[in-house]
Design a binder for this molecule. Structure first.
Ligand SMILES: [Zn+2]
Length: 430
């Protein structure tokens, strides 16, 4: 019991730190001073790029925020588990659901009752975590983003998105974890095999459905209607030998001043999506380079490869989880591996494994981005527009142009802007 007490205290301390953590960032005064800082990037005499003072300031807050999340989230979950929180929550839920333990007119058969407990456990945990992270999320998404002029959202607008995100998480996590524990009961030994297959199917379905079902919950999606830009894109696609008949634009400007574009889907359901902020103020040549880059992702099947790679890694991870659960369920006080009271432990393990895999994952991502950049230069033959595009993006998105090697390895999904510009500058037009 003594150990339980220590973990309880650790859990409470971690919880308080997470809830109060926006305060030191706010007290640092960095955010309040941001308004007066320049957004212009500069070139040193030897030609290397230097970040804008405003981007540097944002980075000084952004990096500790990131590191803090990576460390404290698993610590909160594991201390909750070892302090007996998982067992307590499961028992409390069971006490509230009529079943064999109590004489009641409504009686659910064993497995359904257990799965109902699983689902409620997931929902309660999700809601509790969302509330614990609400101060930090609103500081980051609203206060900080406004101090740096990156957000165009109002408080109620942000709150609406927060609620939508929470509801989505409840639906997705509820389905995923209830399915997971159902498989654990149905196939006590071989569950990682069907679980991995279902996980891959679900991820593929999510990738295909998200642009149609989820993006419209947050943005207005419309086909690109600028005829001049459209004609250029179709010509570009034809040169690349692709059949791009539509490019979509989302009204990101109602939430952010940052510019972006992305490619998603596979197998005939591909889509290129542009933020409207990536259109206004950019020259047609620069927009063409952006689209050529996205067509690079299309040509190299990056989304499909990413899905297959992540799916394969997750599948191996499931066998790892089985090994851990089989070894540790007794020590955690669980009734068996399929006891939902061990979910916080599983979530902590998944979070730590995901963090440890970041350098590997991001190395692959940066490789793909470099491929798409080379493709964009080859297809558009516009290295000058490429350089101007990324200089402008660094200014608009308050991106630091470069970072220390360790930070690139752990966090960068894209090569730093300085590297991308350098590549275009040394590019020989064919
Ligand atoms: Zn890309």
């Amino acid at each position: 019991m003594g150990h339980g007490r220590i973990w309880n205290w650790l859990c409470i301390i971690t919880l308080v730190i997470i809830i109060l953590s926006p305060l030191p960032y706010e007290w640092s005064g960095i955010g309040q001073a941001a308004r007066g800082l320049s957004v212009e990037i500069s070139r040193q005499p030897d030609g290397t790029l230097a970040s804008s003072p405003k981007a540097e300031a944002l980075h000084r807050l952004g990096l500790p925020l990131r590191l803090q999340s990576l460390l404290l989230y698993p610590l909160l979950l594991i201390s909750f588990q070892l302090g007996g929180g998982g067992l307590g929550l499961r028992r409390w839920l069971e006490g509230r659901i009529p079943g064999k333990a109590r004489a009641s007119s409504v009686r659910l058969p064993g497995i359904w009752r257990e799965l109902l407990v699983v689902m409620l456990f997931v929902l309660v945990l999700d809601i509790a975590l969302a509330l614990i992270y609400l101060p930090l999320d609103s500081y980051r998404g609203l206060v900080l983003a406004r101090q740096f002029g990156l957000s165009t959202q109002t408080g109620p607008g942000w709150a609406g998105d927060w609620i939508k995100n929470l509801l989505l998480a409840l639906v997705i996590d509820g389905l995923v974890w209830t399915g997971f524990y159902a498989l654990l009961r149905l196939f006590p030994c071989r569950w990682p095999i069907p679980a991995g297959a279902l996980l891959m199917l679900a991820a593929a379905a999510f990738t295909l459905l998200a642009p149609v079902l989820i993006t419209p919950l947050f943005y207005q999606v419309r086909p690109l209607d600028d005829q001049a830009v459209r004609a250029r894109i179709l010509a570009l696609a034809e040169r690349a030998g692709m059949s791009v008949d539509e490019v979509y634009v989302i009204d990101a400007s109602v939430k952010t001043t940052a510019a972006n574009a992305y490619f998603t889907g596979f197998g005939g359901a591909q889509r290129i999506v542009l933020y409207d902020t990536q259109l206004s103020g950019y020259t047609p040549d620069q927009v063409e380079v952006v689209l050529a880059h996205e067509m690079g992702h299309w040509t190299y099947h990056h989304v499909l490869l990413g899905l297959l790679g992540a799916g394969a890694a997750a599948w191996i991870g499931l066998f790892g989880l089985r090994w851990l659960l089989d070894r540790n369920w007794r020590r955690l006080g669980l009734r068996g591996p399929a006891d939902v009271a061990g979910l916080p432990y599983l979530l902590a393990v998944v979070a730590v494994l995901t963090t440890l895999s970041l350098p590997f994952q991001n190395a692959l991502s940066r490789y793909g981005e470099r491929q798409a950049d080379c493709f964009a230069l080859r297809l558009s033959q516009r290295p000058q527009a490429f350089v101007e595009l990324f200089e402008r993006l660094a200014v608009q998105n308050l991106a630091v142009v470069d970072a220390p090697a360790w930070e690139k390895r752990v966090f960068y999904t894209h090569p730093p802007i300085a590297e991308r510009i350098k590549m275009a500058e040394t590019w020989e037009t064919e």
